[in-house]
Write a protein that binds this ligand. Structure first.
Ligand code: NAD
Length: 352
């Protein structure tokens, strides 16, 4: 850390606001000055946890000790709160999804530019171990040329019974989890995304999407499947990465999984009996014909996000999470919603 700690106030002391306060406790760059939540019980909880609870949003903004405001409220309030904080001369960290649409984000960025303040988004899952491990697999080229990536999260509990179920608050799984999965995927397959095809799912009839399948085609012909489900009582692996020489599977957040790559040349396979027929194509390889390799596990440190924001506020570094990156993903989700609405694949970016 260089210089004195930056004052940071949190608006929205729900699950994520509280998590930020706990994490920031370990970061010397920041001193939490207090929190503000619309609900009295959350204000009480903050006080019980030894925090200052501002009497109002205006009081938080008027506190000269506050250098940075962290917005951790439901999605539909991100734009208004971020703009008001920037207008008050504060830097802003905003929770994901940054806003309800690209028009809202453009309005925020215009104010950040005019006021000369940092505005960045908490895309914390760029520091997840599973994602960083997939990045390492691609960097090491262990699987040969990667041609297709599947990234997914699946649970069975449905959407939590809060604002996440309501369209007017920006609920639904594409905005909630989709934003994380897409934000990371585009670093794995660089270049334009030419086509987007999406089906949203409503298995229990909620008003917002409870899950989705999203299929992307990149400019170089590579493809990706992004999948979120909240009604899956059995689940598929978090990641499947297909290369021309091997396959990687990561099953869960404990990083169970492995890579299997091609071994000795076995020539043509002998047919096996499969179901009511014979197959050579799907015959398994022999032991010598494949090599099992442990995952090159990479451990992430999400503290890097906060330390980078502090360095950006002090003018030493550019924000790691760039507004251009965040805008591209928001536009991609808009294309996905359009694809669901029309039932057609949507052309997204021109081929390079
Ligand atoms: P939550 O419902 O637990 O908490 C939101 C809090 O904001 C509530 O206590 C509510 O009273 C308060 N609030 C609402 N409007 C307000 C306003 N105008 N002013 C002050 N307080 C207000 O929700 P959550 O799970 O904490 O989610 C909050 C944000 O964090 C969402 O944008 C969500 O997408 C994001 N989030 C991010 C991650 C992540 O890993 N990055 C994880 C969970 C949630």
């Amino acid at each position: 850390m260089t210089g004195k700690a930056l004052g940071l106030a949190v608006v929205g002391f729900g699950g994520m606001g509280r998590e930020h306060v706990h994490k920031l406790g370990g970061e010397a760059d920041f001193q939490v000055t207090g929190v503000f939540d619309l609900r009295a019980e959350r204000q009480d909880l903050a006080r019980k946890e030894g925090l200052h609870a501002y009497g109002s949003w205006a009081a938080l903004l008027a506190d000269p000790r506050v250098d940075v405001v962290l917005v951790a409220t439901p999605n539909d309030s991100h734009a208004t709160l971020s703009i008001e904080a920037l207008e008050a001369g504060k830097h802003v960290i905003c929770e994901k999804p940054v806003a309800m649409n690209t028009a809202e984000l453009d309005a925020i960025v215009a104010v950040a530019t005019r006021t000369g303040r940092i505005f960045t988004v908490h895309q914390n899952r760029r520091w997840d171990d599973d994602y960083l491990t997939v990045r390492r697999i691609l960097d090491d080229r262990t699987l040969g040329r990667v041609t297709h990536i599947e990234t997914r999260v699946q649970g069975s509990r449905g959407i939590p019974g809060d604002w996440r179920k309501l369209a007017r608050h920006g609920g639904g799984m594409l905005l909630d989890w989709g934003v994380h999965l897409l934000d990371r995927l585009v670093f794995l397959i660089p270049g334009p995304i030419v086509k987007v095809y999406c089906r949203l799912h409503f298995p229990t009839g909620e008003e917002v999407d409870e899950g989705f399948h999203l299929f992307l085609t990149f400019g170089d012909g590579r493809t990706a499947l992004v999948e979120v489900g909240t009604r899956h009582f059995q689940t598929l692996p978090l990641w499947m990465v297909l290369g021309d020489r091997g396959t990687a599977l990561i099953h869960d957040w404990n990083l169970q999984g492995q890579m299997v790559v091609v071994g000795q040349d076995e020539g043509d396979a002998k047919p096996i009996v499969a179901g009511a027929g014979l197959t050579k194509t799907m015959a398994p390889r022999s032991e010598a014909g494949e090599v099992r390799i442990p995952l090159p596990v990479v451990k992430g440190d999400v503290g890097e996000f906060y330390r980078n924001v502090a360095a950006a506020v002090r003018g030493h570094e550019a924000p790691l999470v760039k507004n251009t990156e965040v805008r591209r993903i928001l536009a991609l989700m808009e294309a996905a919603f359009e694809s669901h609405r029309t039932g057609e694949a949507v052309t997204f970016e021109a081929e390079a």
